[in-house]
Design a protein around this ligand. Structure first.
Ligand SMILES: Cc1cc2nc3c(=O)[nH]c(=O)nc-3n(C[C@H](O)[C@H](O)[C@H](O)COP(=O)(O)OP(=O)(O)OC[C@H]3O[C@@H](n4cnc5c(N)ncnc54)[C@H](O)[C@@H]3O)c2cc1C
Length: 406
């Protein structure tokens, strides 16, 4: 497996400050979250030597309300992680209730549950699965730059670990799974190929003593809210409105903005939480969705680094898991099957965009918060159809994936 690995300290570098370590791999992945760990897991299963680095500590929480959509559940089952979630106590979501101006519409999931695992649960499970597949995953290691060969092709990353050791990790392909504010996407100059116009702000807390029997999405003019049952008997309570409304209410502070917006979208919920002093709120001011060209000589982007949808979609993890599937197949075709790199990665981009664009366009319309209730209902039905198509495409990959080396 580690046929190319050759770790070692560069001679003549005795002090900690100047210590340096160089290793060589088939693929280096930056970011050990849904996109990075899943890509690494799948590449390792193709027999490739994969190193994953992440600057954070193992098991660190992430800014996310962590609801999975159907495609995410399909992909977690395909990679063998879903069962661990389900047996580990993450509650099964059996129904979804949409509330428009007080009127409920219930969708029974017909025995095919969804899940909303805490990121402190899901992300470590994916890391474990990646390690079991043979990938090396190292936390508290920060990518600081890119290595390039004489032609300008990306040939690895520079990094620094917690002990201050400078590292050079060489690779045939560098995968950037470093999230929404991807530095690698900036360093390679990955162009935007689609940009959204709207963005919404979100604030949320994990609350005890607020049982709910499923996902609940609530819409009122100019605001939305929701309930998402998760691990440890907690429920995420979130509320959102446009980024402009968030900016205008910044003087309120997050707590009062949350209470006011929740009161606008779901007055009964706001009442139920009134006076609770245990709410640990987290907020996100918003940023418009985008697609970036996800490849170039020696590099590829996956997950939020290449494709971001407003969080009102609750779709980022699902997107990341699906992109990991498409990218890992393309990279394996190149490194194991001898396919042309540009051709294989351009195919990854086409496949990603075909599935992502219908989702991104609907989400962009929802994130304006300028809709009427019938309009937002129409958009959400479109969004549901786009996500269904994505889930079907992922499910069908078991039968349609081109064999590596074919
Ligand atoms: C408020 C909010 C709510 C959300 N709610 C949902 C939801 O309900 N459902 C859903 O599916 N999605 C949701 N999302 C989106 C979801 O969180 C992301 O889409 C998802 O985390 C993307 O995964 P990723 O692996 O691409 O990137 P990330 O999860 O962002 O991981 C990137 C990793 O890269 C590491 N990294 C970055 N730079 C470096 C570096 N230089 N060196 C080493 N490591 C580095 C970071 O430490 C991080 O661990 C939400 C997002 C927000 C902001």
């Amino acid at each position: 497996m580690a046929m190319l690995a050759a770790a070692g300290t560069v001679p003549g570098t005795p002090t900690k400050e100047t210590a340096m370590r160089t290793t060589t791999h088939d693929v280096v992945v930056v970011g050990a979250r849904p996109a990075g760990s899943t890509t690494a897991l799948l590449l390792a299963r193709h027999g490739l030597d994969v190193l994953v680095i992440d600057r954070e500590a193992p098991g660190a929480d992430a800014l996310s309300t962590h609801a999975l959509m159907r495609g995410g559940v399909v992909q977690l089952r395909r990679v063998g992680v879903l069962e661990r979630l389900a047996t580990g106590g993450t509650p099964a979501i059996q129904r979804v209730t949409f509330t428009y101006g007080g009127a409920d519409e219930v969708v029974d999931l017909g025995g095919r549950p969804l899940y909303a695992p805490r990121r402190t649960v899901l992300d470590p499970l994916l890391v474990t699965a990646a390690r079991e597949a043979g990938a090396r995953v190292e936390h508290r290691v920060t990518a600081t730059g890119l290595l390039r060969d004489a032609t300008g092709r990306v040939s690895g990353v520079t990094a620094r670990d917690a002990a201050g050791v400078v590292r050079h990790h060489r690779a045939r392909i560098v995968v950037a799974a470093d999230g929404l504010r991807s530095r690698i996407a900036q360093q390679v100059g990955a162009p935007m190929t689609w940009s959204g116009r709207a963005s919404g702000a979100v604030a949320y807390a994990h609350v005890t003593g607020l049982p709910t029997d499923g996902y609940r999405w609530i819409y009122a003019p100019g605001a939305a809210a929701g309930l998402i049952p998760t691990d440890g008997g907690r429920t995420v309570v979130w509320t959102g409105s446009s980024s402009a409304a968030f900016e205008a209410g910044r003087h309120l502070g997050l707590g009062r903005w949350f209470a006011r917006t929740l009161g606008q979208a779901a007055p009964e919920l706001a009442e139920a939480l009134r006076g609770r002093s245990d709410l640990r709120l987290r907020g996100f001011a918003g940023t418009p969705g985008f697609l970036r060209r996800p490849h170039g000589p020696g590099w590829a982007l996956v997950g939020d680094a290449g494709c971001f949808a407003d969080p009102i979609s609750a779709h980022g993890i699902t997107q990341a898991l699906g992109d990991a599937e498409l990218l890992s197949e393309a990279v394996a075709q190149v490194l194991r099957g001898g396919r042309d790199e540009h051709e294989a990665l351009a195919r990854y981009e086409r496949q990603r965009d075909e599935l992502a664009l219908p989702v991104l366009r609907c989400v962009d319309a929802v994130a304006t918060y300028t809709w009427t209730l019938p309009e937002v209902r129409g958009r959400l039905l479109e969004l549901s159809a786009a996500m269904q198509a994505e889930a079907v495409a992922l499910r069908e990959r078991d039968h349609t994936a081109v064999p590596v080396g074919a």
